[in-house]
Design a protein around this ligand. Sequence first.
Ligand code: FMN
Length: 205
Amino acid sequence: MKKWLTIFAVVLGAALFFCLTSCATRTPTDNKPEATVKGESKVLVAYMTWSGHLRTLSEWVADETGGELFRILVKDEYPKDYAETTERAKEELEKGIRPELSTHIPAEAIKNYDIIYIGFPVWWYDVPMAVWTFAEEYDFSGKTIVPFFSHQGSSDGANSMNTIKKLFPKSTVIEKPLSIRGTKTADSEQEVRDWVKSNGHSKNK
Ligand SMILES: Cc1cc2nc3c(=O)[nH]c(=O)nc-3n(C[C@H](O)[C@H](O)[C@H](O)COP(=O)(O)O)c2cc1C
């Protein structure tokens, strides 16, 4: 009996540990857009998120830079189910599908930004295809692109940086991206702010 109780406790502990380290990243957040951007700052913080980490990180980036927040949202929303989302993301990546977006930046605003922070979750060792749609929608010539991403193991972003450089050929891409493990998001505010400062983009210079 004691043996079974021990086995039960170990299994329960393992399940709890697994959930604490990955359940949070498997729960979708809402599909709310940010307020329409106005181009009143030199910095735009554009992000994509499914489970919400990038929103948290992006809010700190926007606060530290004084930049405007923009959420990249797809018209045909990703499923609420994690496995279904991974399947759709895989198909989009493999087939090079650019999902149509439901959020857009007004022309008079986009031209005012000099620095564009782009935040995304690593999906299938790469950049989600919605970011491709976003990158191809606007003229980013001469602007500075600052990538940052969240992951659950692909801490170097896998192929993400190669893709980002390909997506913004006429921009200066800052090649020291911030990489935050999804489950460590809540503890990373100082790291985010320090990284923004190290880029020379803090409003509190
Ligand atoms: C469709 C999909 C594919 C993913 N692929 C990877 C991957 O290749 N490497 C990785 O480290 N994490 C992967 N993840 C985990 C996410 O990158 C991680 O949970 C991230 O923190 C999510 O950010 P978000 O909360 O802003 O959506 C994937 C998640 C999803 C939903």
